[in-house]
Design a protein around this ligand. Structure first.
Ligand code: MOS
Length: 745
């Protein structure tokens, strides 16, 4: 880091630069875009069976409804690319493969779009959709996981390109020979992303050029997926997504709103907008698959792990494979000579599962870090001690050093801050009236990625800096941190910098996903600023080219000389200067080092003996994620992740009716997520440890780290409070009540 700019905006807990726009309603979300004039409204009719064939679809009455301009079904939808094989050939193609809608008379999942009604008002479109009559030949679908494990198959790889299985040493013998063993099965349910802003798109054609206003996390992939579906070149598609009301992984690929808006706008030669309703989102916009986990741990009496195994069976769509990398984290977390991780898939007649905040670790660590707690008790060891005893020197399966890893420091700092020493290890032994009090902890680990990203930065003679890239801000604070990076690097005030995101015409980035956004887009902006500073030094002439130069207070300065950037430009480049920079993809540092972020979660709960109600009293996360660009937005990311952990542990589950393949609690009245009132006190501590092997900024991913292990810490606290171990998540009251009643006898 340039010492002259050490006190710049990076690392400051600054407010969001887009905060005012958002709270005053001036941040324009996809469905609200106005610049194309009045758009027509599309409304999707979904299938009421989960598998079968459409024999007849009668749209006459719908077409005669006043205000209706068009009804699209598989019979008259424009041609689209074919769907392609269920197995996804490569990780790259998964984001951009063609996903046609209204493409045939087959029904592949419940609520799959069967028709789009387009009308001059939303109400007319919706009313007309109800007048469409459909006759089906239904077929019995398969929906259950637990009873069909024997039908599981071995996928070619997991999500993100990890190998399906890993084995080291001899797991079975190592496990059988150990004096202390644990072999338990856990289940984690379907979960839904439920971002506040639904999936929504407005399509506008101008000749052969399509502009799509939508809510997307990763514009380049979204553009590729839409172009491939429509069978046109990506260069003919522009995707605009300046503000996004939450993504959580649900907005990485193209969904039916985008495809149908594009098709209808083409047919009608008018702008068309389509949003998924909240209920439609559950089946049509991704979910986390249901899973069973078998965790096997074996240790010697001192607590050293001798065998570590995590087997996962997960549901997958029959027509499009998705294998969450649920056991992959276990390859890098603890030392053990004999190791086994495996992923198996059971096909069901549902739409595809999709990435959901911390795919892999979120459900995997829920199970595995519960098992570690169970093992600690069997060993008579403190859970932190057990983890300290199994801290690896190298990544246990990759065999390379960690680029940086401060798991032990996170656990020790957390223990001290949280008052872990006051925890009574005997479960069910701390009471306050009719409440049982308990504490739990869990470790956190999450891969640190870097994605190919470019940015452009320009400087005008008025001293204004404009930063452009096709990165998105899905609520994480991207506008703010990128403003900080540019202001810091160029030595100008925050107010001089404008960051423009969310337009596929801007330089391509890796977008928002996988917690790589800050590192990737941030490094690209930094690289562009470095290039711009080179140009400024060139422009400034000889005296500046001999010694050290620094940029601060809007000036370029070297020994005995200094000039305002604006003046320099007026003199040497009155049209302004423009530079580009890029970063990634992951290079040698990602092969020679194991790249992860780490953390530790601590939770205190009070469980009501009579009702089983679990109240969170305190939560603490201690996080090691490299250099922190903005402690305020970073903290919000971790708080959000912790809340997801509470949801996973206590309430979140999308309930599938396994007779009909229908998600029954498909709205926010019945899909329960934690709210502020559910959690009394949350705290986040960052252990800063800039990691130069991650990228030039030293930033590591943290967005998804907050949920990793957070749910297990809650479940472990409930166990410590009650002595009741629930292995079927979420841990709802009905699963605690029998045990609580027994406690009272
Ligand atoms: Mo994330 S699940 O890659 O948005």
């Amino acid at each position: 880091m340039n010492p002259a700019t050490q006190n710049g905006p990076i690392g400051q807990p600054l407010d969001r630069v887009d905060g005012r726009l958002k709270v005053t309603g001036r941040a324009t979300y996809a469905y609200e875009q106005q610049e194309m004039g009045d758009a027509l409204y599309g409304y999707i009719l979904g299938a009421s069976i989960a598998r079968g064939r459409i024999d007849e679809i009668d749209t006459h009455e719908a077409e005669r409804t006043p205000g209706v301009l068009h009804v699209m079904t598989h019979r008259n939808a424009p041609a689209q690319a074919a769907f392609g094989p269920a197995l996804t050939p490569t990780p790259a193609e998964v984001f951009t493969r063609a996903r046609p809608v209204l493409a045939s008379d087959r029904v592949r999942y419940h609520d799959e779009p069967l028709a789009l009604v387009v009308a001059s008002t939303f109400e007319a479109a919706r009313a007309a959709a109800r007048l469409i009559r459909v006759r089906y030949s239904p077929e019995q679908g398969d929906f259950d996981l637990a009873s069909r494990l024997a039908q599981a198959y071995i996928p070619p790889r997991t999500n993100a390109g990890f190998k399906t299985d890993s084995a080291l040493g001899d797991f079975e013998s190592g496990f059988d020979a150990a004096p202390v063993r644990l072999d338990e099965t856990y289940s984690s349910p379907y979960q839904s992303h439920v971002p506040m802003e639904p999936h929504a798109s407005i399509a506008v054609w101008s000749g052969d050029e399509l502009t799509l206003y939508t809510s997307a996390q990763t514009l380049a992939n979204f553009r590729g997926g839409l172009a491939n579906t429509l069978g046109i070149a990506p260069e003919r598609v522009r995707v605009v997504s300046p503000y996004i009301g939450g993504g959580f992984g649900a907005k990485l690929i193209v969904h039916p709103d985008a495809v149908l808006a594009a098709l209808a706008a083409r047919v009608l030669e008018r702008p068309v907008k389509v949003a998924l309703t909240r209920q439609q989102m559950f089946a049509n916009a991704g979910y986390r698959p249901a899973m069973q986990h078998r965790v096997r741990l074996a240790a010697d009496p001192s607590g050293k792990l001798t065998a570590l195994g995590h087997d996962v069976w997960s549901t997958t769509s029959r027509f499009e494979e998705y294998c969450e990398q649920t056991a992959v984290f276990a390859r890098s977390l603890y030392a053990a000579p004999n190791r086994l991780t495996r992923h198996r898939l059971v096909p069901v007649d549902l739409n595809r599962g999709e990435w959901m905040r911390s795919p892999g670790e979120a459900p995997g660590m829920l199970a595995f870090e519960s098992a570690m707690d169970e093992l600690a008790e069997r060993l008579g060891l403190d859970p932190i001690q057990l983890r300290i005893r199994n801290e690896p020197q190298l990544d246990p399966e990759l065999g390379v050093p960690f680029a940086s890893r401060n798991l032990l420091a996170c656990m020790r700092t957390g223990a001290e801050r949280f008052g872990w020493g006051r925890r009574n290890p005997r479960p069910g032994s701390v009471r306050e009236g009719r409440k049982l009090i308990g504490m739990g902890m869990a470790a956190a680990i999450r891969p640190n990625y870097l994605g190919l990203s470019k940015a452009e930065v320009s400087l005008s003679p008025t001293g204004r800096v404009l930063v452009r890239l096709d990165m998105t801000d899905i609520g994480t604070g991207t506008y703010t941190i990128l403003t900080q990076v540019a202001a810091h690097s160029l030595g100008v005030p925050m107010s001089a910098v404008q960051v423009q995101l969310g337009d596929s015409r801007f330089p391509r980035t890796a977008g928002s996903g996988g917690s790589w956004g800050a590192a990737s887009a941030g490094s690209a902006v930094e690289a562009a600023c470095q290039a711009l500073k080179q140009q400024l030094v060139q422009a400034a002439g000889a005296p500046y080219q001999q010694g050290a130069v620094h940029f601060a207070d809007g000036r370029i300065t070297t020994a005995g000389r200094s000039e305002r950037l604006g003046d320099l430009l007026l003199r040497m480049a009155p049209a302004g200067l423009r530079a580009e920079g890029s970063v990634g993809p992951m290079g040698e540092d990602y092969k020679q080092f194991s790249q992860h972020s780490n953390g530790a979660h601590f939770v205190e709960v009070a469980v009501d003996i009579d009702t089983g109600e679990v109240r969170l009293r305190r939560m603490l996360a201690v996080i090691g994620a490299g250099r922190i660009l903005n402690p305020k937005t970073a903290r919000s990311q971790i708080l959000g992740g912790m809340a997801w952990g509470v949801g996973a542990a206590l309430m979140e589950q999308t309930l599938l009716d396994i007779r009909h393949g229908h998600f029954v609690n498909h709205d926010l009245a019945e899909y329960l997520i934690p709210v502020n009132g559910d959690i009394a006190a949350m705290d986040v501590v960052f252990l800063e440890e800039p990691d130069p092997r991650a990228n030039a900024l030293g930033v590591k991913g943290l967005g998804e780290l907050g949920v990793c292990g957070a749910g297990a810490a809650v479940a472990n606290a409930v166990y410590n409070a009650t002595g009741i171990r629930v292995r079927e998540f979420p841990l709802t009251l009905d699963k605690l009540l029998p045990g609580l009643a027994a406690l009272e006898e």
